[in-house]
Write a protein that binds this ligand. Structure first.
Ligand code: UDP
Length: 239
């Protein structure tokens, strides 16, 4: 198989909610398996793949804090939720023959590997999909920031942010505004100035300051993740 994309190493970020299907909570195994197959088609091209999966399908720090929980404790619970999602994705990928490593920002050696940058790079060179779990390991951050941080550390060429039911970034919410217009291209500064809800501001600034392009694409795009990598389908590029 030939790699007709211009990418050799990429970061795929998906939210935890992307794994819950129509259930409204938790993991929906057929959905996890579908995304794993998408990842495999790109992996089959020889592209080196990093993944970060959110935890919002299980727990979000802010929601916990809103219910009176201490914020940092709630954030650690959110980070642990991302580890469960990472393990579910690992299982789905390995069952279709894609070798993976789950690499956690918080040590839990019985469950997965600790994050050691050079070791992670080596895994990528050996074509193992690296699923980075437990966010940045710090409260008050999100998995968007974790994806941007690891994408920089792993020298990924771009971050691909798969969204459910939306094919890029719009000037206003397309779900509630019939006249919403999708951007083909937009700069990080415009995203920040217009307060467009793409990723949180610290993640955007980290990507901007390191010239890391972000591609926001629909997870249900017919051509799939592979098509997006080859520049087909609809998406928005932030640079
Ligand atoms: N989180 C954190 N530090 C990080 C990454 C995540 O504290 O570096 C916590 C935070 O509470 C967050 C939760 O983990 O709400 C789940 O991550 P996120 O909300 O980014 O998941 P997503 O919205 O992508 O599913």
């Amino acid at each position: 198989l030939e790699n007709d994309t211009k990418f050799n190493r990429v970061m795929l970020k998906i939210s935890g909610e992307a794994l819950m299907g129509d259930q409204g909570f938790g993991l929906h195994p057929p959905t996890v398996e579908r995304i794993a197959r998408e990842v495999k088609t790109v992996h089959d091209l020889g592209v080196e793949i990093c993944m970060v999966i959110g935890g919002g399908n299980v727990f979000r720090g802010l929601s916990g804090a809103a219910q009176g929980m201490e914020r940092t404790t709630a954030d650690y619970m959110g980070m642990l939720a991302t580890v469960m999602n990472a393990l579910a994705m690992q299982s789905a990928l390995e069952s279709i023959g894609v070798f993976t490593r789950v690499i956690s920002a918080i040590r839990m050696d019985e469950v997965c590997e600790p994050y050691i940058r050079r070791r992670a790079v080596r895994h990528l060179e050996k074509k193992r999909v690296c699923i980075f779990a437990a966010g940045t390991g710090n409260p008050y951050f999100t998995t968007d920031t974790a994806a941007t941080l690891r994408a920089n550390e792993m020298a990924c060429e771009a971050i691909f942010m798969g969204k459910n039911g939306v094919d890029g970034i719009y000037d206003k919410d397309p779900a509630t505004n019939a006249d919403a217009v999708r951007y083909e291209d937009i700069t990080y500064d415009e995203v920040l100035a217009k307060h467009l809800k793409v990723m949180d501001a610290s993640a955007i600034a980290l990507a901007r300051d390191n010239n890391l392009p972000l591609i926001v694409f629909p997870l249900d795009e017919p051509g799939g993740f592979k098509g997006i990598l080859a520049g087909r389908g609809t998406y928005t590029t932030v640079h």
